[in-house]
Ligand binder design. Structure first.
Ligand code: HEC
Length: 137
């Protein structure tokens, strides 16, 4: 039987720890996603980002690559067209969960406005609750 070299063993332990913490973050979100009728109570964009988005996109919105790949939202040109982040938050896409049923129009507008004006993003056009309502299908 072949022993793994210490360096690769150390790497694997580190990777396992990272995986464990990331999947904990993701499954905490999954509980929210699948518990019926869950509603976030946070109201400000800052609180919502910290409690909902940061688990995957990280505190500085810089994203992460580990158990999954979470894109950076910092300095992100994709946020220029406000409809794009609105649609992602409402409908989700692949690894990004849909939050449309868990947040009100006002909450989604608040977190999108926060994201588009922080982390090196400075898009000044304000998203309204009506914009979110129009984006819902
Ligand atoms: C469970 C993990 C997770 C959470 C929580 C999460 N996201 Fe995401 N997000 C992702 C993944 C994964 C992608 C990439 C989706 C893809 O590849 O299609 C993504 C993509 C995005 C994108 C598109 C970025 C780009 O450059 O195309 C935006 C915008 C975004 N997320 C915003 C948010 C906001 C705002 C929140 C909080 C309300 C949030 N996300 C919460 C996992 C997450």
């Amino acid at each position: 039987m072949q022993q793994s070299r210490p360096s690769s063993r150390t790497w694997r332990l580190g990777a396992a720890a990272l995986l464990a913490s990331l999947s904990a973050a993701v499954s905490a979100q999954d509980d929210r996603t699948f518990s019926s009728g869950y509603r976030f109570v946070e109201m400000t964009g800052e609180e919502l980002f910290a409690n909902v988005c940061q688990g995957c996109h990280m505190r500085d919105a810089g994203g992460a690559i580990g158990a999954g790949s979470y894109p950076s939202l910092a300095d992100n040109r994709n946020l220029e067209a406000a409809g794009y982040p609105i649609s992602l938050v409402v409908n989700g896409r692949r690894g990004m969960p849909p939050f449309g049923d868990m947040m009100t129009d006002g909450q989604i507008a608040a977190v999108v406005n926060y994201l588009r004006t922080h982390f090196g993003n400075s898009y000044q056009d304000v998203v309204t609750a009506k914009d979110v309502r129009d984006a819902r299908r």
